[in-house]
Design a protein around this ligand. Structure first.
Ligand code: NAD
Length: 459
């Protein structure tokens, strides 16, 4: 790699007598065009001028990139499709699966590859390590490497040392967006975390976020290890909060208290607040489950017991199958041959992501009991088909409900909250509802004579 030459200018010779210095846009590439990479790349493309920055979203999955080049978005994220197309036309955004070539032309490289959990419960860094290896092998402009992926505490420090031997600098810039509201979260973050000991890298992260800084977004500038810790600490705090309210909901099931009122009353305390205080079928998705296991693995490495996080993980595993247990008890432990309509497969509403969705252990348990499953989700069925291909997927909620013995609502999609309960009562074989999201209106549920089990809210 040759030494970095800043700033990025080149000369246009207009005539023999005049020379105009034109600014070449800084090339920003994003390795990994998934939920985080695509939103990050598209948002940067949208807030910057094509004269200043050009963003290349790159991915090893060729099919994904070919679709994106045609404006077809591989994930469900409200508003993203329009923004991708708009910025491709503006000339600030492009896509490529030729990773070596993308790296070679990049001045800044974001890493947004997946960091899933392996079978031993540790973070699987093979995508991340491969991306770093590709940067070392192909970089030509001594790029600034910015880590968006959630990496185990200590990883970035090691990577920074490795990259410094190849004239690259590193910053950790963890991401906090939530699927379903990702664009809004990215554009209105609660804070921007920059972990680096390089002034150049810090200046680049600040410059890329300038329009957000202009809105007054706080910046926390720190070292890489602290930045990684902030990310894990935030996600694990949310996991704790959710497991806590889920356990209190279980207690409400026994005492007769109403968890919705409890949660509301507790959340009014400004020290606590309402966010992540709604009970449900356990936390899922690509972040909280894997980041709680990731933090536990790091703590184990340093021989620091994290008793609270271990308890949250254990409570969550129990919570994820609690709706199934409620159904079992309604049917006196015998689900053989019963047709169960499942509404909602994604781990929450407004995403097609089914990673760690509670629907997975619940469907497995139902199948183990000999139940017949008819499932519907507005956008999550394709992903769930890769996990369960032998259950029936229907084209509407009502089709799933037709002649079913029970309904389980696992995701709080608005269309399920608005479902016509009179029609549901008419088309189901028996009127049993397990509402794992507490999202149905109880007065109508009662009016139509359903047997109803919520989470901490039975009637
Ligand atoms: P994802 O699985 O949706 O996308 C990752 C993409 O990286 C895939 O498309 C994969 O093909 C691609 N990839 C793998 N290796 C590559 C390489 N060498 N070069 C180019 N592309 C490569 O993952 P995600 O959900 O976007 O998460 C990415 C990271 O961000 C993870 O570390 C995650 O923990 C973190 N994160 C996720 C969220 C979220 O809500 N999904 C939020 C904050 C942080």
């Amino acid at each position: 790699m040759k030494a970095r030459t800043l700033p990025f200018y080149f000369l246009f010779l207009i005539s023999s007598s005049s020379v105009i210095i034109a600014k070449k846009p800084t090339i920003i590439s994003i390795l990994g065009t998934g939920y985080v990479g695509l939103v990050t790349g598209t948002s940067f493309a949208n807030i910057h001028d094509p004269k200043d920055f050009h963003i290349i979203c790159a991915d090893i999955e060729k099919e994904k990139i070919e679709k994106l080049k045609k404006g077809i978005i591989p994930i469900y994220e409200p508003g993203l499709s329009e923004l991708v197309v708009h910025n491709m036309h503006r000339g600030t955004l492009s896509f490529s699966s030729n990773i070596p070539s993308v790296i070679a032309q990049s001045d800044v490289i974001f890493i947004a590859v997946g960091t899933p959990t392996n079978q031993q419960g540790q973070v699987d860094l093979h995508f991340y390590e491969k991306a770093i290896e590709m940067i070392i092998d192909n970089a030509k402009n001594s790029p600034i490497v910015i880590i968006k992926s959630t990496t185990p505490i200590g990883t970035c420090k090691q990577t920074a040392q490795l990259l410094s031997r190849h004239s690259c600098t590193l910053a950790s810039n963890p991401e906090f967006l939530r699927e379903g509201t990702a664009l809004n979260d990215f554009m209105n973050p609660d804070r921007i975390i920059i972990g680096t000991d390089s002034d150049t890298a810090k200046a680049m992260v600040l410059s890329l976020h300038q329009p957000l800084l202009d809105k007054g977004t706080p910046v926390v500038s720190t070292d890489v290890t602290t930045a990684e810790t902030i990310k894990y600490c935030s996600n694990n705090f949310l996991a704790l909060k959710l497991s806590y309210i889920n356990e209190i909901a279980h207690l409400c099931d026994k005492t007769g208290a109403n968890i919705c009122a409890v949660s509301y009353g507790v959340g009014l305390d400004k020290r606590i607040n309402h966010s992540y205080l709604q009970p449900g079928p356990g936390f899922g998705g690509s972040c909280l489950p894997k980041d709680s296991l990731g933090l536990l693995a790091t703590a184990q490495k340093f021989q620091v017991p994290l008793l609270t996080i271990a308890a949250a993980v254990k409570a969550n595993a129990e919570q994820q199958i609690r709706p199934f247990k409620k159904l079992m008890s309604v049917f006196d432990g015998n689900l053989k041959g019963k047709t169960i309509a499942i509404l909602g497969l994604s781990f929450k509403a407004n995403t097609d992501d089914v990673r760690y969705s509670s629907a997975i252990p619940i469907i497995q348990k139902l199948l183990d009991q000999g139940a017949i499953i008819k499932a519907y989700d507005p956008v999550g069925m394709q992903n769930m088909q890769k996990i369960f291909n032998s259950i029936t997927y229907t084209s509407s909620a009502y089709e799933a409900l037709h002649d079913s013995d029970a309904l389980m609502i696992l995701t709080e999609w608005q269309q399920f909250q608005d479902i016509d309960l009179a029609k549901v009562a008419h088309i189901m074989r028996s009127k049993i509802i397990i509402d794992a999201r507490n999202c149905l209106p109880l007065d109508l549920v009662k009016q139509h004579g359903f047997i109803y089990r919520g989470i901490g809210k039975n009637i």
